[in-house]
Structure formats: structure tokens, C-alpha cells
Design a protein around this ligand. Structure first.
Ligand SMILES: *[C@@H]1O[C@H](CO)[C@@H](O)[C@H](O)[C@H]1NC(C)=O
Ligand SMILES: *[C@@H]1O[C@H](CO)[C@@H](O)[C@H](O)[C@H]1NC(C)=O
Ligand SMILES: *[C@@H]1O[C@H](CO)[C@@H](O)[C@H](O)[C@H]1NC(C)=O
Ligand SMILES: *[C@@H]1O[C@H](CO)[C@@H](O)[C@H](O)[C@H]1NC(C)=O
Ligand SMILES: *[C@@H]1O[C@H](CO)[C@@H](O)[C@H](O)[C@H]1NC(C)=O
Length: 447
């Protein structure tokens, strides 16, 4: 009797599970895939999400080191809401409750009295201002080809001054940082995904994002399959947290949400640069360290490291019979293309290796940077070294400065996996070696 009841229960449970899977095959995706492109004018990397009701495409500039998504709230949507102070949304957003701008009419950046605000920071222009916390639907594609919706996505409204400096077709910024309300974190928790995301930044193309996405962001599990049937494999290092906030505005007492990595040294053509390894460490003040950024278009080196780096590069390049030519702004170190062969991984120039601590600190792994990621072709016959010297002055919004900011150009056509649970970074080095690119993700595949 008892056991047949048990069986009966099991059977109906089975039926229930089966039918809910059948009716809602999109409820549990394993991986989300978002398109990426590069804007030629601003050199920003742009993704597209679907937002509001009815769903509308919104372009957002990627900022690996930002807390959350923010955009203009001058749009019409039947599901747009501004949460009240004390709501779970305000508390998960760690937002300030404000009673300051009750007269301001929603849905402008300042919501009604008794709502909460964040301080969206545009890292491209270093401007910030208060913006209401808001909630609306967000839809993205899963790797199996379905469009899935998170009906309660939290973001911040941003006033126009914070949004200036973006391309005209870009409505806001997508923060991918270590924050509970960053774009990946919210979608991971909504859909119960593995706590990982990966970016494959595109190079500049002539195609628009809707015609043909040139790159891809994955949220959730791999594998990372690119045409023609390339299963990208990764090498792992650690992701470090800077205990001092690097954004300088909001969340002052909190750790930085940016991603730092444990660099031990840099090699040029296999030779160690004469730089003390402590140059790459994060100091007590929060300054120093090596971080990854999708905001800096090119890798930026502290002034001391830049000098040693460029001297060594020029010496190695001259030994390869490359000849230096006049600098072309914004670069300082340029060469004639004479005597420079082309290879699968770009012009044959001295290699740059970032030497990183491995995951269990027992040794090191090399992130190798070849010509395609180190040299920028500025004219038919001129190649420039795409590494920049840091500015002298610190910005208004942050006083802490990293020793090295690894920027977008050096990341293009490399796959980077941010494993948030294990706090490790997987990197592929150039996909060109495997005869594929970030543009070769097949968005129309239903595999
Ligand atoms: C399918 O999933 C959506 C979103 O989670 C939910 O709103 C809907 O009720 C589900 N439908 C069924 C038939 O379970
Ligand atoms: C805003 O709300 C607070 C707390 O409820 C109240 O004390 C204040 O008077 C309100 N301000 C306005 C302008 O309505
Ligand atoms: C891709 O590689 C991963 C890791 O090596 C492996 O677990 C996975 O099965 C591979 N997937 C395919 C489709 O080849
Ligand atoms: C550089 O040029 C010199 C003189 O033409 C030649 O002897 C040498 O082999 C060249 N070196 C390389 C690395 O091509
Ligand atoms: C991408 O996948 C679709 C669906 O599986 C397939 O029809 C198409 O040929 C693929 N594209 C390429 C370039 O292989």
C-alpha cells in the first residue's frame, strides 16, 4: 500500500517534470550567448540585449570593471518599475535610499521620493551622477537558439551627462564586474547557470552588429566552439581582488569589482624585462597591480614600466632588422613594414609574454602576445606598437592607478573565461593560431 503510493507519487513527479521540461524547454539554458562588435569611432566594444515590454534591442558598451548596467530611462515599457527603499532590489543593488528629488518626474534619472539611487560611472569619460535603480525585463539568446527572458533585471537609469562619450547608437554601459547586479551575475542567478562568463572581443569590422556579430560573450558553461569545429582550450591563472575600491565614487568601503591578475614578469622575445616583480603587485593604497579592461583601447603601462618595455622592444625589433620610422599619434613607437614578414598570428615582430602565476601558485603560465595583438597598422607601410604610457595625472573619479591595464586591442581574438566561483581566469592566447577568430562563433547553430 505504502509502496504503491510511493510509486504513484514518483510516477506523477516524473510526469510533472517531464511535462514542465517539454513545455518550457527554454527555462533552463546552460549557456547564454550575446553578440559583440567594435565601434570604429570610439573603439568601444558593444553588446546588444533586448529590453522592456515590448522587447527592444539596446546597445551597451562593455565595461569589464563596472558594477552594473545603466542606460537612459527615456523609453516606453509597460514593465518598467522603480523599486522602493527597503525593497529586495534596492538592497541587492546596495543602493542609497534618497528623499531628495521627489518633485522630479519619473522615469527620468531621479525617481520619486522613497526610491533608491546608484552612482553610474562612465569609465570612458570618467563622469558619474546619481541615477535611480530600476527594474525591467531583459531577454538574451541561449546557445541552443532560444530567446529567454529575465523579467526582473535590475539596472540604473543614467542622466544624459553620464551617457555622453558613447557612440550615438549606444544607449548605455554593461558592467561585467564582481558585483551581484552586474550583467553576468544577474543572469547567472536568474537561470541557475554555472558561475562563469567568457568574452571573445572582436577586431574592427565593417559589418554592423545586426548583420554579423564579430565577437561573442558566453554566460554559463562552455564548451567554446568556433567554426570550423574548433573547441577552444584554455590556460588558467588566478583572478585577484583589489581590496580597495578602484571606482572612487560609490561603494567606497568595498573591494574593487575589477579583475586583477598575478603578473610575475614580462618577456620580450623570451627575455625577461628588467622590472622588479613587486612593480606588478597591488599596494595597500589599492594602486598598482595588473587589471584587465575593455575600456582602455590599448594596454597602458606605468611610466617606469613603459620605458623599460619600449626600450627592450625596439632593441629586439632592430635585431630583427625592423627600422623605426616617425611616430604616428597616438602611438610613439612605429616601424616600417619593410623586413616584417606576415604570419598566421600577424606581423612577425618580437613576441611579448605576460608571465602569470598559475592557479595553485606552483609555477607560471605565459600569455603570449603576437603581432596581431601587439602591432597596429596605421598606414600601408607603418606598424606601431599598440602599448601606451599611463597619464601623469590621476582622474577625478579615482586616485588609485593600476601598474598595467591590459586593454582591448591585446584581448581581441583571444577567449577569456572569468570563473567567478573559483576566481580563476582562463585564457586562450590568439585564436588565430587555431585558424579561427572571435567572429567564427555560429550564432545560428542550434547545437
Ligand atoms: C515557462 O517559464 C517562464 C519563465 O520562467 C514562466 O513564466 C512560465 O510560466 C513557464 N511556463 C510553463 C508552462 O511552465
Ligand atoms: C520624502 O520622504 C521622506 C520620508 O518618507 C519625507 O520625510 C519627506 O518629507 C519626503 N519629501 C518630499 C519632498 O515629499
Ligand atoms: C571541448 O573541450 C572540453 C575541455 O577539453 C571537453 O570537456 C568537451 O567535451 C569538448 N567539447 C566538444 C564538443 O568537443
Ligand atoms: C639583418 O640584416 C643583416 C644585413 O643585411 C643580415 O646579415 C642579417 O642576417 C639580418 N638579420 C635578420 C634577423 O634578418
Ligand atoms: C551554422 O549553423 C547552422 C545551423 O546548424 C548551419 O545551417 C550553418 O551552415 C552554420 N554556419 C556555418 C558557417 O557553418
Amino acid at each position: 500500500m505504502a509502496s504503491s503510493l510511493h510509486l504513484c507519487l514518483l510516477f506523477s513527479l516524473f510526469l510533472f517534470l517531464n511535462s514542465s521540461i517539454a513545455q518550457n524547454s527554454t527555462a533552463r539554458p546552460h549557456t547564454l550567448v550575446l553578440p559583440l562588435t567594435k565601434d570604429k569611432q570610439t573603439l568601444q566594444y558593444i553588446t546588444t540585449i533586448y529590453h522592456g515590454t515590448p522587447l527592444t534591442a539596446v546597445n551597451l558598451a562593455l565595461d569589464l570593471g563596472n558594477h552594473f548596467v545603466f542606460m537612459s530611462c527615456h523609453y516606453t515599457s509597460s514593465t518598467f518599475t522603480i523599486p522602493h527603499c527597503g525593497s529586495p532590489q534596492c538592497s541587492i543593488a546596495k543602493a542609497y535610499c534618497h528623499h531628495l528629488c521627489a518633485s522630479s518626474s519619473p522615469p527620468a534619472f531621479c525617481g520619486p521620493n522613497n526610491t533608491c539611487v546608484l552612482l553610474p560611472l562612465n569609465s570612458f569619460t570618467q563622469t558619474n551622477d546619481a541615477g535611480s535603480v530600476a527594474e525591467d525585463a531583459v531577454a538574451v539568446r541561449s546557445a541552443d537558439g532560444n530567446v529567454i527572458t529575465d523579467p526582473h533585471f535590475i539596472f540604473s537609469c543614467a542622466p544624459q551627462d553620464v551617457l555622453s562619450g558613447l557612440d550615438s547608437g549606444t544607449q548605455g554601459i554593461a558592467g561585467l564586474g564582481r558585483s551581484q547586479i552586474a550583467l553576468p551575475s544577474q543572469l547567472i542567478s536568474e537561470f541557475g547557470l554555472t558561475q562563469k562568463f567568457a568574452v571573445c572581443l572582436p577586431e574592427e569590422t565593417t559589418m554592423s552588429i545586426t548583420q554579423s556579430p564579430a565577437g561573442v560573450m558566453f554566460i554559463g558553461n562552455g564548451p567554446y566552439m568556433f567554426l570550423p569545429n574548433v573547441n577552444v582550450s584554455l590556460i588558467y591563472t588566478q583572478l585577484l581582488t583589489n581590496p580597495v575600491s578602484t571606482s572612487g565614487t560609490n561603494f567606497k568601503k568595498e573591494a574593487s569589482v575589477e579583475y586583477f591578475i598575478p603578473m610575475k614578469s614580462i618577456k620580450i622575445n623570451g627575455k625577461d624585462l628588467f622590472v622588479s616583480s613587486s612593480s606588478f603587485e597591488i599596494h595597500k593604497s589599492g594602486s598598482g597591480g595588473v587589471k584587465i579592461s575593455t575600456v582602455a583601447p590599448y594596454t597602458t603601462l606605468s611610466r617606469a614600466i613603459y620605458k623599460v618595455f619600449t626600450n627592450a622592444f625596439v632593441k629586439e625589433a632592430e635585431a630583427m632588422n625592423m627600422s623605426r620610422v616617425a611616430a604616428v599619434e597616438p602611438f610613439r613607437v612605429c616601424f616600417s613594414t619593410n623586413n616584417v614578414l606576415s604570419t598566421r598570428v600577424g606581423p612577425a615582430v618580437p613576441t611579448v609574454d605576460l608571465v602569470l602565476e598559475n592557479v595553485d601558485s606552483t609555477g607560471v603560465v605565459d600569455w603570449m602576445i603576437f603581432g596581431a595583438n601587439s602591432m597596429v597598422q596605421v598606414k600601408d607601410d607603418v606598424l606601431c606598437l599598440g602599448f601606451m604610457k599611463a597619464n601623469k595625472k590621476s582622474t577625478v573619479t579615482t586616485k588609485v592607478k593600476a601598474a598595467i591595464v591590459i586593454g582591448g586591442y591585446q584581448l581581441e581574438n583571444n577567449l577569456l573565461e572569468f570563473d567567478l566561483a573559483k576566481s580563476i581566469l582562463g585564457f586562450s592566447s590568439s585564436l588565430l593560431f587555431s585558424q579561427t577568430t572571435c567572429a567564427n562563433y555560429n550564432f545560428t547553430s542550434t547545437a
